[in-house]
Write a protein that binds this ligand. Structure first.
Ligand code: SF4
Length: 259
């Protein structure tokens, strides 16, 4: 995709600005694909079978091409604003960034979120296919594999978003930008949504399995504790309005997918 096409798409009014910043990246389940620039670019660029194949060289070439065009656009915009991107970060800045990255990584919330992904892996590893055909679930029309799919989707996503929220919060405290919606609250909100959905999915599994139920209860309790800790650290996260997903009276809003 060339720069002009990218610019034209970016100015298309059907797209909601920044919608992809606080989504869960699960495009297959997303009710807002037609309003997402990110999705449209991917569809346009990777629609032919060859380009869709992650292993195909064409995929990576195209991705690299989009990145190059996006960087050029960024440089153009920076120049218009009188910003020299090459001299933005000094050695001192870089050291400061490293220190803040390390602080975020060692933050209790991040360690807890990482631990959850390990707990989920330990329990699910090698077990997933064993209970797909649970007779009781089938009788009641419940597909346990869907619950597993939800858990798998968010298993590492939660940690990534908690980390982003914690890291962003460190910058926000330093910069004191209280006039803008807080990016860390937005990241914490999508992490909380992912935790809510994961808890619901684990509850489905717990209801139908006959083996390992106590461990699942422990995982749910662990996740619930994590949820409370995120809410306490980011008290405004639940009320953060995510573009396209949370706005009220938005004519094009469709109901959000839930477990
Ligand atoms: S907003 Fe929806 S379509 Fe866009 S990147 Fe996020 S999940 Fe995918």
């Amino acid at each position: 995709m060339n720069r002009d096409r990218l610019k034209k798409l970016a100015s298309d009014e059907r797209f909601i600005a920044g919608i992809y910043n606080y989504c869960d990246r699960w495009c297959e389940r997303c009710p807002q694909t037609s309003h997402c620039l990110n999705f449209s670019v991917s569809e346009e660029e990777f629609s032919d079978p060859e380009a869709q194949d992650m292993r195909n060289e064409a995929f990576w070439k195209k991705l690299s091409g989009i990145l190059g065009e996006a960087l050029e656009l960024l440089r153009e915009s920076a120049k218009e604003w009188g910003i020299d991107l090459e001299t933005l970060a000094s050695a001192e800045d870089e050291e400061n960034i490293k220190t803040k990255d390390a602080a975020a990584k060692n933050h209790l919330l991040c360690r807890v979120a990482k631990r959850y992904s390990e707990l989920a892996e330990n329990w699910l590893g090698g077990r997933e296919t064993l209970f797909f055909e649970t007779a009781a679930a089938a009788r009641e029309g419940v597909r346990i594999e869907e619950a597993v799919e939800v858990i798998r989707w968010y298993q590492y996503f939660i940690c990534a978003k908690v980390m982003r929220a914690v890291r962003g919060n460190i910058d926000e405290k330093e910069e004191g930008c209280a006039d803008f919606p807080s990016d860390s609250d937005g990241s914490a909100k999508i992490a909380l949504i992912a935790i809510d959905r994961s808890i619901a999915a684990w509850a489905v599994i717990q209801h139908y399995i006959t083996d390992g139920g106590q461990e699942v209860i422990d995982i749910i309790a662990f996740l619930d504790g994590s949820r409370q800790a995120v809410e306490e650290t980011f008290p405004n996260a639940r009320s953060f309005i995510r573009p396209g997903f949370d706005e009220i009276n938005q004519a094009r809003q469709k109901p959000e997918w839930g477990v």
